[in-house]
Design a protein around this ligand. Structure first.
Ligand code: SF4
Length: 347
């Protein structure tokens, strides 16, 4: 597997005049001060002082946070020029940025191409008109189709799509429809963000006034798991599931997560659920054949953690659901990545 590192440069709300109901960008980026191009140099130098010489295959400089291409063009160019310096010097490999679908046009893409930008991620969130409207996104699904088509037509950008789960007006079916639309578009990468209620946002007020009902934790997990599975099966690399804890809360204000809407290890929960479903269906086949007694479950390191589950939740699940088996678990480096071997010792 490729060893890959990201140098994150947070561009807070400066690029975005919108006010999506879930967004408190200052809290999410954990920065309130304006970022200037010199900050990009300082951040890159700081990170590279620890990253260089570690034998990494790829280092990306990523502009996260606001809507990068919503910033005035001269400012975009000033940020990109610094990133390009590092790329031209061979100190970073890729320039990555995230933006809104309605901030993509030929002039913007020509400029990104000029400065050697590689990856463009679009905050799509949902393809459902009602969800987009209730979340006050200020763009339509048609904006997404148009932006994706244009980005792909350049042939030099890697396209990413970010989707959110459990926004106002959302449902399991709408989320799965957003996944189907995403697969039709065919980005290389995706991110899945379960909706988190942050104090101070309009979403928080909607929650307190009972206008917004978040997904339950189980609904969120089931939906995100099915979305992750579909995207992965379609060959789309899901590079992130859930917000990073460090990116969520801003020490400089009193923002906080409201309700039961955040889990720090959501990706682990999703991968654990996928492994649990696979193991459970295979154990069910054994159980239906009347088999009982010892069963060995073996997997490579990555999959093994998923089989055991977050805080060993899957082990407890298998013990409760399949009491007829005496299950032992083993991690085995020689097992192919992603494979789970289930065998009976007498076979
Ligand atoms: S477009 Fe992005 S940065 Fe702007 S308000 Fe919405 S979520 Fe926040």
């Amino acid at each position: 597997m490729k060893k890959h590192a990201i140098i994150p440069v947070f561009i807070p709300h400066i690029g975005c005049p919108h006010a999506c109901v879930f967004c408190n960008q200052n809290a999410i980026t954990a920065r309130t001060a304006d970022v200037v191009p010199d900050d990009v140099r300082r951040i890159a130098d700081e990170w590279l002082s620890t990253l260089e010489g570690r034998g990494l295959d790829e280092i990306e400089l990523s502009f996260f946070g606001g809507s990068f291409t919503g910033i005035p063009m001269e400012q975009q160019s000033a940020f990109l020029a610094v990133a390009k310096e590092y790329k031209d010097a061979g100190r970073i490999d890729k320039i990555h940025l995230s933006t809104r679908p309605d901030y993509i046009n030929e002039e913007i893409l020509d400029n990104l191409k000029r400065y050697g930008a590689d990856v463009i991620e679009l905050g799509v969130q949902s393809f459902d008109p009602q969800v987009l409207d209730l979340s006050e996104r200020g763009h339509s699904a048609d904006d997404v189709y148009r932006a994706c088509e244009l980005i792909k037509s350049y042939g030099c950008f890697t396209l990413g799509i970010q989707l959110m789960i459990g926004l106002p007006g959302d449902s399991y079916e709408k989320c799965m429809e957003s996944v189907r639309q995403t697969i039709k578009i065919g980005p290389k990468i995706a991110r899945l963000y379960p909706t988190v209620i942050i104090s101070g946002t309009k979403l928080c007020r909607m929650y307190e006034e009972d206008v917004y009902k978040p997904f339950s934790q189980e609904e969120m997990l089931r939906t995100t798991t099915d979305m992750y599975r579909e995207l992965t099966n379609a060959g789309i690399n899901v590079i992130r599931v859930g917000l990073k804890a460090s990116a969520l809360i801003n020490d400089s204000d009193d923002s906080r997560v409201v309700g039961d809407t955040y889990h720090p290890a959501f990706r682990q929960l999703v991968e654990g659920r996928i492994a649990r479903d696979e193991v459970a269906s295979r154990l069910a086949v054994l159980a239906e054949s009347g088999i009982t007694g010892p069963v060995h479950i073996t997997a490579g390191p990555e999959k093994f953690a998923a089989v055991i589950g977050h805080k060993a939740g899957n082990r407890r699940f298998f013990a409760a659901e399949f009491p007829q088996f005496d299950i032992t678990y083993k991690e085995d480096l020689s097992i192919e990545d992603g494979k789970i071997v289930i065998e009976r010792p007498d076979n």
